[in-house]
Design a protein around this ligand. Structure first.
Ligand code: ADP
Ligand code: MG
Length: 296
């Protein structure tokens, strides 16, 4: 009879306003009644998870592995279940999603963009160093801890994440992610049904590098390099790595180093795409602030 105890745990919190919604969850502000501390509580209705119970277990396992280890990754503070729901309590990010911030500002200055992208890649390196692939990096899953301009960005939503042991490292074959951010190797698998000459390949941490390259482009100019639609034509563009630094009016003030950085991340062949560590060594992220626009 564990249920009454679990119910008691749920009673330690009172939920408030809704912060966001995902496919299977609603995230609400929650106050811990004893301490008065505020959290973000992801509430997952068990009814929606029938047959998908492993997904939440997987998310919790990853969060346990990564929590408290890096300032740019969300922290899971508490986890419990009631008869109907599963609750995941995180540190509260009051600054909203990167998506909203891009839309509010339309784009970031180049030095600000570089600083932000460097921070995100620092978190990705930590995640990959811990044998986890996020698999759904996009601006909706990157949150700011406060509304301040210099707020700390945090990687959230490990719902599609995967823990990999050494053998598995490059052998994932599931199709997952969000159109527009999905790496070519993932579509290549799907497209290979209709184009049997294309190899079916596995994928791993490199897919996070691709998605973050897309995010870097988005932060710089306020729109994505690949269409978010899911038509075969759009997918083919991702598979072939066809994108442009256009319209020119958005790109003419952006340095060649920044463009080179995007190209560095958006390498179609995931076998030679750089790792997070290599990306962090790129000139765009290592140059001192202030000299981005005046490339030699
Ligand atoms: P899903 O897996 O369903 O997409 P997420 O974990 O991405 O769920 O959460 C959905 C949304 O809830 C996020 O995009 C964000 O707007 C909000 N959210 C999630 N975690 C937090 C948090 N720790 N603080 C504030 N808002 C959050
Ligand atoms: Mg999400």
């Amino acid at each position: 009879m564990a249920a009454p105890e679990l119910q008691a745990l749920a009673c330690q919190y009172r939920t408030g306003k809704t912060l966001g919604r995902g496919s299977f969850s609603v995230v609400k502000e929650a106050i811990h009644l004893d301490s008065g501390l505020l959290y973000a509580c992801k509430i997952i209705n068990k009814r929606f998870m029938v047959g998908r119970e492993g997904m939440v277990r997987n998310e919790v396992e990853i969060l346990r592995k990564l929590s408290y280890g890096h300032p740019n990754v969300v922290t899971l503070h508490d986890y419990f279940e009631t008869k109907n729901n599963i609750y995941l309590c995180f540190n509260l990010c009051t600054g909203g999603e990167l998506l909203e911030r891009i839309h509010r500002r339309s784009n970031f200055s180049e030095p600000d963009a570089a600083t932000l992208v460097k921070t995100i890649f620092g978190a990705i390196k930590y995640i990959h160093d811990n044998s986890v692939v996020h698999r759904d990096l996009k601006p909706d899953n990157l949150l700011f801890d406060t509304p301040a301009e210099d707020a700390v960005i945090q990687v959230a939503d490990f719902g599609l994440g995967k823990i990999m042991d050494e053998q598995q490292m490059y052998l994932l074959t599931e199709i997952c992610g969000t159109p527009g951010y999905i790496a070519p190797e993932i579509y290549r698998k799907r497209i290979s049904h209709t184009h049997p000459t294309l190899p079916t390949v596995g994928h791993g941490p490199a897919m996070d590098i691709w998605s973050t390259g897309v995010i870097a482009y988005y932060i710089l100019v306020g729109y994505t390099p690949f269409d978010l639609a899911t038509t075969d034509e759009k997918r083919a563009q991702v598979v072939a790595g066809v994108y442009r630094f256009e319209p020119e009016k958005y790109w003419d003030t952006i340095s060649e180093t920044a463009k080179d950085f995007i190209k560095h991340c958006l390498v179609v062949d995931h076998g030679v795409r750089p790792t997070a560590e290599t990306v962090l060594g790129h000139k765009w992220l290592t140059t001192e602030g202030g000299c981005f626009v005046s490339d030699p």
